[in-house]
Design a protein around this ligand. Structure first.
Ligand SMILES: [Zn+2]
Length: 411
């Protein structure tokens, strides 16, 4: 494989197909390697340059955004966040953001808002393994606990004190509709009443950290990142929080290893409109060294209003249906700051009402999903897992005749 940094690649080794699928019966690694070789074309031209015979390396290349952009703080970022942005009033920043999003080249290496190739790659790999083993079906540890067949996680980034003032209203709305979510706050950007953090937790919501300041400079220098991380880790500990999302979804998988978190929300499956465009292509959680990454897979609220020019539940529902069909995680990030707009709030409420009717969808807080993903990665049949036991009932199958995944509910 061409020049994927070894230290970076090593962070992704726990996601190799053998560990991802967790088959119940032992399968020779040569079978995986041969299947990976035969399936790689499904990933398309973007991956021509990283063609590898190793399933582990192919997956590392995809998840580390090796060819699709991502986690590069460029000179343009430096000039914008250091010099231009501080001179602009909030309205001016919005105009620039809107303009940049509208002119962003959507003909990048990834499709948007639905990027199916990594999902197809994993499914093709299953078919090739079945064929190589001449098996009618294979059993594996279900992707989700109990009888759930997909997952739904709601998150919010709170950008300003206007957002803080709207948090309780959003929490009330969700609670009325039977949902809970996580709220990520920026410790050094505005006042965060400790009573608000405590109240959210008591009511079954989660709190997380959204950078230290919201100035876009966190990843501009390693030394700055390290010094801010010390404070971020202190705040995580003070709040009893285990989750994090970077402002502007800036990210650097290697640097981020110094965050004391169980999970991170800064990665997304595909989005050409983010300040660091790109995407990890997956609709499932994955390991990045010490933490579990839960990819944001539904379009962000401000992207919808700024790119599509309207707030509507349709783009969310269409993607949520794709994710549900492929047993993935529908993870949404909305902002209490923007949900002050009645049109956006209506779209959000409609989304929740419809999602409430999806059967088999596991609605959970991000910390619980990260805990499940970790437990699943090491569980043996018969183990008792928190929050579920892992009896035979948790096993899913993939069938040779149609390549479809069947869960306990289907059988
Ligand atoms: Zn933010």
């Amino acid at each position: 494989m061409r020049s994927l940094d070894r230290r970076l690649a090593a962070l992704y080794h726990e996601n190799e197909p053998r560990k991802f699928w967790r088959f119940c019966d032992p399968i020779e690694s040569s079978v995986f390697e041969e299947a990976a070789r035969r399936s790689v074309d499904v990933l398309g031209e973007a991956f021509e340059s990283v063609k590898s015979d190793s399933a582990r390396e192919i997956v590392a290349a995809v998840l580390s955004e090796a060819t699709t952009g991502g986690h590069r703080f460029t000179d343009l970022h430096r000039v914008y966040y250091r010099i231009i942005r501080p001179l602009l009033p909030p309205a001016g920043r919005r105009v620039i953001r809107r303009f940049r999003r509208r002119v962003t080249d959507e003909a990048g290496p990834l499709d948007w808002p639905i990027e199916h190739r990594f999902v197809s790659y994993q499914m093709d790999l299953l078919r090739n393994i079945l064929q190589a083993l001449q098996a009618q079906e294979l059993r594996f540890v279900g992707l989700w606990p109990r009888t759930f067949t997909s997952c739904l996680v709601l998150t919010h980034d709170v950008e300003s004190s206007a957002g803080v003032r709207n948090v309780r209203r959003i929490a009330d709305t969700e609670e009325r509709l039977g949902f809970r979510s996580s709220f990520n706050f920026v410790p050094d950007a505005y006042h965060i009443p400790s009573s608000l953090v405590d109240d959210l937790k008591v009511r079954g919501f989660e709190v997380g950290v959204h950078g230290l300041k919201h100035d876009g400079l966190l990843f501009s220098r390693r030394s700055l990142f390290q010094s801010r991380t010390k404070t971020i880790n202190q705040v995580l500990s003070d709040w009893g929080a285990s989750g994090y999302r970077s402002p502007m979804t800036h990210r650097h998988p290697v640097w981020m290893q110094s965050l004391d978190v169980e999970y991170d929300l800064s990665f997304f499956d595909t989005d050409p409109h983010e300040p660091m465009p790109g995407g990890v292509m997956t609709i499932w959680p994955f390991f990045v060294g010490r933490f579990v990454a839960l990819p944001t897979t539904l379009m962000q609220d401000h992207t919808m209003t700024e790119v599509l020019g309207k707030a509507s539940p349709e783009p969310w529902l269409e993607k949520a249906a794709f994710i549900h069909r492929h047993h993935g995680i529908a993870l949404l990030n909305t902002h209490p700051d923007y949900l002050t707009n009645p049109e956006s709030l209506d779209a959000y409420k409609t989304l929740l009402s419809v999602l409430g009717t999806f059967s088999g969808r596991w609605h959970a807080l991000p910390a619980a999903v990260a805990a499940w993903w970790r437990a699943r990665s090491v569980a043996r049949i018969g183990d008792s897992l928190d929050p579920v036991d892992l009896p035979d009932g948790c096993l899913w199958t993939v069938a040779a005749h149609d390549g479809k995944i069947r869960t306990l509910q289907d059988s």
